[in-house]
Design a protein around this ligand. Structure first.
Ligand code: BEZ
Ligand code: FE
Length: 279
């Protein structure tokens, strides 16, 4: 192409994609270029502003390693992760809604129903239980229920240096579709703010907090995998989750209860789960 100008710029770049064999890549790249050009034409950035954006992306990449994915965090706080999750998990029946996976999922120890997953933290004791069903209301036995959460200090085990696995477990539902485990009450917490995403949140005047939640990854043969959270009613950040992951249908009330083993007072959270059949 010669004489690249404001009017023929987009067409010129799209033309350079003509020989791309893979139609999906052609579509994705074409759309990305069209939208990037639109942004530039609409906002007319200065060279200084363009360099600031490049510096931000560079620092974001430099912050990534085996344990940290700053680009996903950027996608999370911009609502992109949730948009992709929502598009890929459109609801067809009354199945439980999905929400973002987040960066803290890790292999969990297998546990028995009723086991305590909070072994290295102190906090308010809490029982979490529920039943897994299909959309017609049939109980689903032998379903894999993988759970993980942060501790009362707002940290996941993988964020600590001690390499101790805690506050995560994988169990199977019983013959009636029930699951049950003990833990500590989850607490709201900030997403990692010691990197460029923290800086940009601060710059934009946004807080970094996520409302208290427990993550669930539920898998059963013949059913669509479900990745979701249960949120605690009354949390101050339910309406301003920094990753936009709260859905009304996933909020539950934390009730007063008693530990079935020793009768001591504790909190209790019930979260029933409905899985959609694979087609
Ligand atoms: C989380 O819930 O673990 C999470 C999700 C998105 C960004 C950071 C943390
Ligand atoms: Fe989380």
């Amino acid at each position: 192409m010669r004489d690249f100008n404001e009017n023929n710029a987009t067409e010129g770049v799209l033309k350079s994609f003509e020989s791309i064999q893979n139609e999906r890549i052609k579509q994705l790249m074409g759309s990305i270029v069209k939208h990037m050009h639109e942004v530039v034409k609409e906002t007319e950035p200065t060279f200084e502003e363009w360099l600031k954006a490049i510096e931000f992306l560079t620092k974001t990449g430099q912050k990534c390693d085996d344990r940290r994915q700053e680009f996903i965090l950027f996608s999370d706080v911009m609502g992109v992760s949730m948009l992709i999750d929502t598009i890929n998990n459109r609801k067809h029946h009354n199945e439980t809604e999905s929400t973002v996976l987040g960066p803290f999922h890790a292999p969990a120890p297998e546990i028995e129903l009723g086991d305590n997953i909070a072994n290295n933290v102190k906090g308010e004791k809490c029982i979490v239980k529920g039943r897994v069903k299909d959309v017609k209301g049939n109980n689903l036995p032998d379903v894999s229920v993988d759970v993980w959460q942060s501790g009362p200090d707002g940290l996941y085990d993988v964020q600590k240096e001690n390499n101790v696995v805690d506050l995560r477990g994988r169990m199977k539902t019983d013959e009636n579709g029930n699951y049950f485990f003990k833990t500590v009450k989850p607490q709201f917490y900030p997403v990692p703010t010691d990197g460029p995403v923290g800086e940009i949140l601060n710059f934009l005047g946004r807080h970094p907090f996520r409302p208290a939640h427990i993550h669930f990854m539920v898998k059963a043969k013949g059913f669509v995998d479900l990745t979701t959270h249960v949120f605690i009613d009354g949390d101050p950040y339910l309406d301003s989750d920094t990753v936009f992951a709260v859905k009304e249908s996933l909020i539950r009330t934390l009730c007063e209860s008693k530990d079935p083993d020793d009768g001591s007072p504790c909190k209790e959270l019930t979260f029933n789960i409905i899985l959609e059949e694979e087609n």
